[in-house]
Design a protein around this ligand. Structure first.
Ligand code: ZN
Length: 148
């Protein structure tokens, strides 16, 4: 395991669309382990592969329940609305309020390629949406409705 560098706001990689993961190999497993270490080191609750310079559809979220690893994640259900402050490890020190669904269900694969679904509410739902947006080159600042 190793720490990776987190790319910052102006890096054009953050605006690119990530490609699907097709190979569930040791390289993927090592990358996910590195992403988890990097997220904890940076004290974040989520991290997406483009943030460590890899344009692949992989993200991790931990809102205090242990890490959830999502490969090729897709939001398959969402409901409700929340407006809460959001930040990003690639934009240190910045915050803004976004509008997100209150609950989402994500279908993804784990590092072995097995499909699972996971649901989240509140912060967890926000983290899922935020990280999956990264895979499509979207940053939360695109969705800020106010700064307070
Ligand atoms: Zn982010």
């Amino acid at each position: 395991m190793a720490l990776r560098n987190i790319v910052l706001k102006d890096d054009p990689i953050l605006r690119k669309t990530s490609r699907s993961v097709l190979d569930f190999d040791k390289k993927l497993s090592d990358l996910i382990d590195d992403m988890i270490d990097t997220m904890y080191e940076a004290d974040g609750c989520g991290l997406a592969a483009p943030q460590v310079g890899i344009l692949r559809r992989i993200c991790i979220v931990d809102v205090g329940e242990g890490p959830i690893e999502m490969v090729n994640p897709v939001i398959i259900e969402e409901s409700g609305v929340q407006e809460e402050a959001e930040g990003c490890l690639s934009l240190p020190g910045e915050y803004g309020v976004t509008r997100r669904p209150m609950k989402v269900t994500v279908r993804a694969q784990n590092r072995k390629g097995e499909t699972f679904t996971v649901s989240g509410e509140g912060l967890k739902a926000r983290a899922f949406c935020h990280e999956i947006d990264h895979l499509n080159g979207i940053l939360y600042i695109d969705k800020v409705i106010r700064k307070d």
